[in-house]
Write a protein that binds this ligand. Sequence first.
Ligand SMILES: Cc1cc2nc3c(=O)[nH]c(=O)nc-3n(C[C@H](O)[C@H](O)[C@H](O)COP(=O)(O)OP(=O)(O)OC[C@H]3O[C@@H](n4cnc5c(N)ncnc54)[C@H](O)[C@@H]3O)c2cc1C
Length: 384
Amino acid sequence: MGAASSVAPTTHGMKGKYPMALRVAVVGGGVMGSSAAWHLAARGADVTLLEQYPPGHDRGSSHGSSRIFRLAYPDDLYVGLAQRALPLWRTLEEQTNTSLLTLTGAVDHGPAEATGALHDELSAAGARSYQLGAAEAAERWPGLRIDSTALFHPDAGRLHADRAVEALQTAAELHGASIQHGVQVNHISTTETDRVQIVTREQEVLIADAAVVAVGGWAPQTAAPLVNGLPALRVTQEQPAHFTAADALDWPSFIHHPGAGFGVAGGVYGLGSDDGVKVGFHAVGPVVEDAYLRDRSIDPAALAQLQAYAERWLPGVDAASAEGLTCLYTTTPDHNFVIDRQGPITVLAGFSGHGFKFGSVIGELAADLIDGKPGIARFALGPR
Ligand SMILES: Cc1cc2nc3c(=O)[nH]c(=O)nc-3n(C[C@H](O)[C@H](O)[C@H](O)COP(=O)(O)OP(=O)(O)OC[C@H]3O[C@@H](n4cnc5c(N)ncnc54)[C@H](O)[C@@H]3O)c2cc1C
């Protein structure tokens, strides 16, 4: 079965490409595990997804009403992946009759080297982008204070995160997957016959031909012992905030790149959403040693810093209205993802605060690995 048709509906009653249904357990029901369940079930695997929390929970990385979608990266690998992800999001919308991806366009502003590198990569990939001077950009987007060159790229916008995860699970179920919430996996091991044994907290045992371990911020304790060479993963609790704005849903997504006069090292991102304009500093949160024990309370000092940013740089929002929320980043040393297989175990980890947009295609990459295809070298297990 070709990759382009991998999530097309299978004939009712057939088990797709596998002569006997391949039994696959997916551990973790965030965007990545749910996408793997969708693609594998669509290819005819007998999929069981186990997620420890209820549907729509907010303890991991995939919850909420918005994530930025964009093609723009200063790196052709990620531009190509996003170009593959976009039509897969549309396929998912069709299969589940939901609206997930809204293209509002995106604005990047900051040093000319940063916006220029994005423009070059987008142009090389045949994607649209337009460079603007500061005055023109400031006039076009009065909600943003722009004092440098800017780049507008139309094939960008927002994904509705909660709806996307739900849709991936619904589509997986339409292809025959069993999606089970409230099931915590306590132990995963490889058997002598190279299969996988999974033991739940309730001591139920599941034997599968393959497992996909997509446990987000729980990967250091859960995935690291299962494979050799999982890169060091730094789990942090990040805290963006929603601000009220008159026209939040019309906002483009934006990235303010660090440069002269503005010093958030990882930059600032923002986008409109059902909950207002979401704004966050990229990768500044405190380290979380154990995702089960993390403090999900709002840090008033971090919230005040975001408000100060909004006062200065976002004239289109009410800076006083900030409502904080928390979420986990799981970051690799080089910020590249981990998508690799060792024996019957496939690990999806380390999405480094920028993985959601690729969610629709990550499951396809996982299914390809299980089908024996080579992975992407940059995402391999091993030293980073
Ligand atoms: C504040 C914030 C903003 C972001 N903004 C963007 C953005 O704009 N654009 C973008 O592309 N990306 C963005 N990201 C990154 C993106 O959201 C993540 O890369 C992505 O959600 C990671 O998904 P995941 O499935 O790996 O992890 P998770 O969503 O955490 O899923 C892992 C799941 O595994 C479950 N689990 C763990 N252990 C077990 C177990 N033992 N048994 C059963 N279940 C288990 C957990 O409960 C969890 O549901 C953002 C992230 C954050 C935190």
